[in-house]
Design a protein around this ligand. Structure first.
Ligand code: NI
Length: 258
Protein backbone atom coordinates (compact mmCIF):
# COMPACT_ATOMS: atom_id res chain seq x y z
CA UNK A 1 0.00 0.00 0.00
CA UNK A 2 2.73 2.36 1.03
CA UNK A 3 4.38 1.99 -2.34
CA UNK A 4 1.44 2.96 -4.51
CA UNK A 5 0.62 6.21 -2.74
CA UNK A 6 2.56 9.15 -4.13
CA UNK A 7 2.57 12.27 -2.02
CA UNK A 8 3.89 15.76 -2.62
CA UNK A 9 4.90 18.07 0.23
CA UNK A 10 4.11 21.47 -1.27
CA UNK A 11 5.96 23.61 1.27
CA UNK A 12 9.21 22.92 3.11
CA UNK A 13 12.20 24.81 4.47
CA UNK A 14 14.72 21.95 4.42
CA UNK A 15 17.58 24.44 4.14
CA UNK A 16 16.89 25.39 7.77
CA UNK A 17 19.75 24.68 10.19
CA UNK A 18 17.46 22.28 12.10
CA UNK A 19 18.14 19.80 9.26
CA UNK A 20 21.92 20.22 9.10
CA UNK A 21 22.63 17.12 11.22
CA UNK A 22 20.51 14.66 9.23
CA UNK A 23 19.13 16.15 5.99
CA UNK A 24 19.91 12.97 4.03
CA UNK A 25 18.05 10.79 6.54
CA UNK A 26 15.07 13.15 6.45
CA UNK A 27 14.89 12.83 2.66
CA UNK A 28 15.20 9.06 2.89
CA UNK A 29 12.34 8.86 5.40
CA UNK A 30 10.24 11.05 3.09
CA UNK A 31 10.82 8.69 0.18
CA UNK A 32 9.99 5.67 2.34
CA UNK A 33 6.69 7.35 3.30
CA UNK A 34 5.79 7.89 -0.38
CA UNK A 35 6.69 11.59 -0.42
CA UNK A 36 8.37 11.59 -3.80
CA UNK A 37 8.14 15.31 -4.55
CA UNK A 38 9.09 18.14 -2.21
CA UNK A 39 8.76 21.86 -2.88
CA UNK A 40 11.43 23.87 -1.06
CA UNK A 41 10.37 27.46 -0.42
CA UNK A 42 12.58 30.54 -0.17
CA UNK A 43 11.54 33.47 1.99
CA UNK A 44 14.32 35.95 1.18
CA UNK A 45 17.05 36.27 -1.44
CA UNK A 46 19.55 33.99 0.36
CA UNK A 47 17.07 31.18 1.09
CA UNK A 48 15.70 31.45 -2.46
CA UNK A 49 19.20 30.91 -3.84
CA UNK A 50 19.61 28.00 -1.40
CA UNK A 51 16.31 26.48 -2.55
CA UNK A 52 17.48 26.56 -6.18
CA UNK A 53 20.75 24.90 -5.11
CA UNK A 54 18.97 22.21 -3.09
CA UNK A 55 16.69 21.43 -6.04
CA UNK A 56 19.76 21.05 -8.24
CA UNK A 57 21.16 18.44 -5.84
CA UNK A 58 18.06 16.26 -5.40
CA UNK A 59 15.81 14.93 -8.12
CA UNK A 60 12.74 14.93 -5.84
CA UNK A 61 13.11 18.57 -4.80
CA UNK A 62 11.76 21.63 -6.62
CA UNK A 63 12.13 25.28 -5.67
CA UNK A 64 9.87 28.28 -5.11
CA UNK A 65 11.58 31.63 -4.77
CA UNK A 66 10.54 35.01 -3.45
CA UNK A 67 10.60 37.48 -0.58
CA UNK A 68 8.20 36.84 2.29
CA UNK A 69 6.67 39.83 4.16
CA UNK A 70 8.80 39.29 7.27
CA UNK A 71 11.88 39.86 5.13
CA UNK A 72 10.96 42.89 3.03
CA UNK A 73 12.84 45.41 5.17
CA UNK A 74 16.40 46.30 4.12
CA UNK A 75 16.17 44.74 0.66
CA UNK A 76 18.81 45.84 -1.86
CA UNK A 77 17.64 48.24 -4.60
CA UNK A 78 17.83 45.49 -7.23
CA UNK A 79 15.92 42.90 -5.18
CA UNK A 80 13.20 42.44 -7.78
CA UNK A 81 15.79 41.90 -10.52
CA UNK A 82 17.35 39.24 -8.31
CA UNK A 83 13.96 37.57 -7.81
CA UNK A 84 13.38 37.69 -11.57
CA UNK A 85 16.73 36.05 -12.27
CA UNK A 86 16.12 33.34 -9.66
CA UNK A 87 12.66 32.66 -11.08
CA UNK A 88 14.27 31.60 -14.33
CA UNK A 89 16.58 29.02 -12.77
CA UNK A 90 15.97 25.29 -13.39
CA UNK A 91 13.22 23.58 -11.33
CA UNK A 92 11.75 26.86 -10.05
CA UNK A 93 7.99 26.29 -10.00
CA UNK A 94 6.51 29.48 -8.55
CA UNK A 95 7.05 32.87 -6.91
CA UNK A 96 6.72 32.64 -3.11
CA UNK A 97 6.34 32.78 -0.39
CA UNK A 98 4.92 36.28 -0.73
CA UNK A 99 2.10 38.09 1.03
CA UNK A 100 1.27 40.02 4.18
CA UNK A 101 2.09 39.36 7.83
CA UNK A 102 0.50 41.64 10.42
CA UNK A 103 1.41 39.30 13.27
CA UNK A 104 5.15 39.98 13.12
CA UNK A 105 4.76 43.37 11.39
CA UNK A 106 8.41 43.32 10.37
CA UNK A 107 7.76 46.18 7.94
CA UNK A 108 4.97 48.78 7.54
CA UNK A 109 1.86 47.39 5.85
CA UNK A 110 2.38 49.67 2.85
CA UNK A 111 5.90 48.31 2.31
CA UNK A 112 4.68 44.72 2.63
CA UNK A 113 1.89 45.35 0.15
CA UNK A 114 4.19 47.02 -2.37
CA UNK A 115 6.56 44.02 -2.31
CA UNK A 116 3.63 41.61 -2.51
CA UNK A 117 2.18 43.40 -5.53
CA UNK A 118 5.54 43.69 -7.28
CA UNK A 119 6.00 39.93 -7.02
CA UNK A 120 2.43 39.21 -8.16
CA UNK A 121 3.12 41.36 -11.22
CA UNK A 122 6.37 39.49 -11.81
CA UNK A 123 4.56 36.14 -11.59
CA UNK A 124 2.08 37.38 -14.16
CA UNK A 125 4.85 38.51 -16.49
CA UNK A 126 6.69 35.20 -16.14
CA UNK A 127 3.47 33.13 -16.22
CA UNK A 128 4.28 31.48 -12.91
CA UNK A 129 1.95 30.56 -10.05
CA UNK A 130 2.32 32.14 -6.60
CA UNK A 131 2.56 30.80 -3.04
CA UNK A 132 0.87 33.10 -0.54
CA UNK A 133 1.84 33.69 3.08
CA UNK A 134 -0.86 35.52 5.03
CA UNK A 135 -0.94 35.91 8.78
CA UNK A 136 -3.43 38.09 10.66
CA UNK A 137 -3.95 39.93 7.35
CA UNK A 138 -6.99 38.22 5.92
CA UNK A 139 -8.93 41.24 4.65
CA UNK A 140 -5.96 42.95 3.02
CA UNK A 141 -4.77 39.66 1.50
CA UNK A 142 -8.14 39.12 -0.14
CA UNK A 143 -8.28 42.74 -1.30
CA UNK A 144 -4.86 42.47 -2.96
CA UNK A 145 -5.59 39.06 -4.48
CA UNK A 146 -8.91 40.24 -5.93
CA UNK A 147 -7.24 43.29 -7.32
CA UNK A 148 -3.91 41.90 -8.55
CA UNK A 149 -4.04 38.10 -8.75
CA UNK A 150 -7.00 37.42 -11.02
CA UNK A 151 -6.04 34.87 -13.63
CA UNK A 152 -2.96 33.74 -11.71
CA UNK A 153 -2.72 30.27 -10.23
CA UNK A 154 -1.92 30.32 -6.57
CA UNK A 155 -1.72 28.48 -3.31
CA UNK A 156 -2.79 29.70 0.12
CA UNK A 157 0.12 28.24 2.07
CA UNK A 158 -0.72 26.65 5.42
CA UNK A 159 -4.30 27.81 5.07
CA UNK A 160 -5.86 28.77 8.36
CA UNK A 161 -9.25 30.34 8.57
CA UNK A 162 -12.94 29.63 8.29
CA UNK A 163 -15.10 28.70 5.32
CA UNK A 164 -15.87 32.32 4.46
CA UNK A 165 -12.17 33.09 4.03
CA UNK A 166 -11.62 29.84 2.18
CA UNK A 167 -14.42 30.67 -0.22
CA UNK A 168 -12.93 34.09 -0.93
CA UNK A 169 -9.59 32.42 -1.80
CA UNK A 170 -11.31 29.79 -3.94
CA UNK A 171 -13.23 32.57 -5.72
CA UNK A 172 -9.95 34.14 -6.78
CA UNK A 173 -9.11 30.76 -8.28
CA UNK A 174 -6.56 29.73 -5.67
CA UNK A 175 -5.86 26.37 -4.05
CA UNK A 176 -5.84 25.76 -0.29
CA UNK A 177 -2.84 23.99 1.19
CA UNK A 178 -3.35 22.32 4.56
CA UNK A 179 -0.59 21.78 7.09
CA UNK A 180 -0.13 20.33 10.59
CA UNK A 181 -2.95 22.24 12.33
CA UNK A 182 -5.56 20.27 10.32
CA UNK A 183 -4.62 17.30 12.53
CA UNK A 184 -5.32 19.15 15.79
CA UNK A 185 -8.59 18.01 17.42
CA UNK A 186 -9.74 21.55 18.22
CA UNK A 187 -9.21 22.99 14.72
CA UNK A 188 -12.92 22.78 13.93
CA UNK A 189 -12.98 25.68 11.45
CA UNK A 190 -10.20 24.05 9.46
CA UNK A 191 -11.94 20.68 9.55
CA UNK A 192 -15.03 22.36 8.15
CA UNK A 193 -13.02 23.90 5.30
CA UNK A 194 -11.30 20.58 4.53
CA UNK A 195 -14.69 18.90 4.23
CA UNK A 196 -16.33 21.57 2.09
CA UNK A 197 -13.57 22.69 -0.29
CA UNK A 198 -13.66 21.12 -3.77
CA UNK A 199 -11.37 18.10 -4.01
CA UNK A 200 -9.63 19.60 -7.02
CA UNK A 201 -8.50 22.66 -5.02
CA UNK A 202 -6.70 20.93 -2.14
CA UNK A 203 -2.98 20.62 -1.49
CA UNK A 204 -0.95 19.42 1.48
CA UNK A 205 2.30 20.59 3.03
CA UNK A 206 4.36 20.29 6.18
CA UNK A 207 6.04 23.74 6.32
CA UNK A 208 8.95 21.76 7.82
CA UNK A 209 10.61 22.33 10.24
CA UNK A 210 7.58 24.20 11.64
CA UNK A 211 3.97 23.23 12.42
CA UNK A 212 4.44 19.51 13.07
CA UNK A 213 1.18 17.57 12.94
CA UNK A 214 -0.32 15.52 15.76
CA UNK A 215 1.24 13.48 17.46
CA UNK A 216 4.49 15.35 16.85
CA UNK A 217 3.13 18.79 17.75
CA UNK A 218 5.87 21.04 19.08
CA UNK A 219 8.64 18.84 17.68
CA UNK A 220 10.66 19.33 14.49
CA UNK A 221 8.49 18.70 11.45
CA UNK A 222 9.68 16.79 8.38
CA UNK A 223 8.24 15.89 4.95
CA UNK A 224 7.43 12.26 5.83
CA UNK A 225 4.75 13.62 8.18
CA UNK A 226 2.75 15.03 5.26
CA UNK A 227 1.16 11.61 5.13
CA UNK A 228 -0.53 12.34 8.49
CA UNK A 229 -2.10 15.45 6.96
CA UNK A 230 -3.34 13.46 3.96
CA UNK A 231 -4.79 10.80 6.27
CA UNK A 232 -6.61 13.40 8.34
CA UNK A 233 -8.17 15.09 5.30
CA UNK A 234 -9.20 11.73 3.81
CA UNK A 235 -10.86 10.82 7.13
CA UNK A 236 -12.63 14.20 7.34
CA UNK A 237 -13.99 13.76 3.83
CA UNK A 238 -14.77 10.07 4.29
CA UNK A 239 -12.77 8.98 1.24
CA UNK A 240 -9.92 6.46 0.88
CA UNK A 241 -6.41 7.80 1.33
CA UNK A 242 -5.50 6.57 -2.15
CA UNK A 243 -8.21 8.71 -3.73
CA UNK A 244 -7.20 11.79 -1.80
CA UNK A 245 -3.51 11.29 -2.56
CA UNK A 246 -4.20 10.89 -6.27
CA UNK A 247 -6.35 14.04 -6.36
CA UNK A 248 -3.71 16.06 -4.54
CA UNK A 249 -0.98 14.74 -6.82
CA UNK A 250 -2.96 15.90 -9.85
CA UNK A 251 -3.78 19.25 -8.25
CA UNK A 252 -0.09 19.88 -7.60
CA UNK A 253 0.81 18.94 -11.16
CA UNK A 254 -1.80 21.36 -12.43
CA UNK A 255 -0.87 24.31 -10.19
CA UNK A 256 2.88 23.92 -10.56
CA UNK A 257 2.79 22.87 -14.20
CA UNK A 258 4.74 19.69 -13.46
NI1 NI B 1 6.99 28.77 4.85
Amino acid sequence: MNNVIRLIDSHTHLGAPQFDPDRTDVLERARAAGVVRIVEIGYDLATSRAAVALAAQHESIYAVIGVQPNHVADLPDDWLDQVRALAQQPKVLAIGEIGLDYYWNAAPAAVQEACFRAQLDLARTLRLPVVIHSRDARDDTIRVLRDAARGLSGIMHSFSGDWEYARACLDVGFHLSFSGPITFPKAVNLHDVARRAPLDRLLIETDSPYLAPHPFRGKRNEPSYVRLIAERIAALRGIPLDDLALAIWRNAEEVFGL
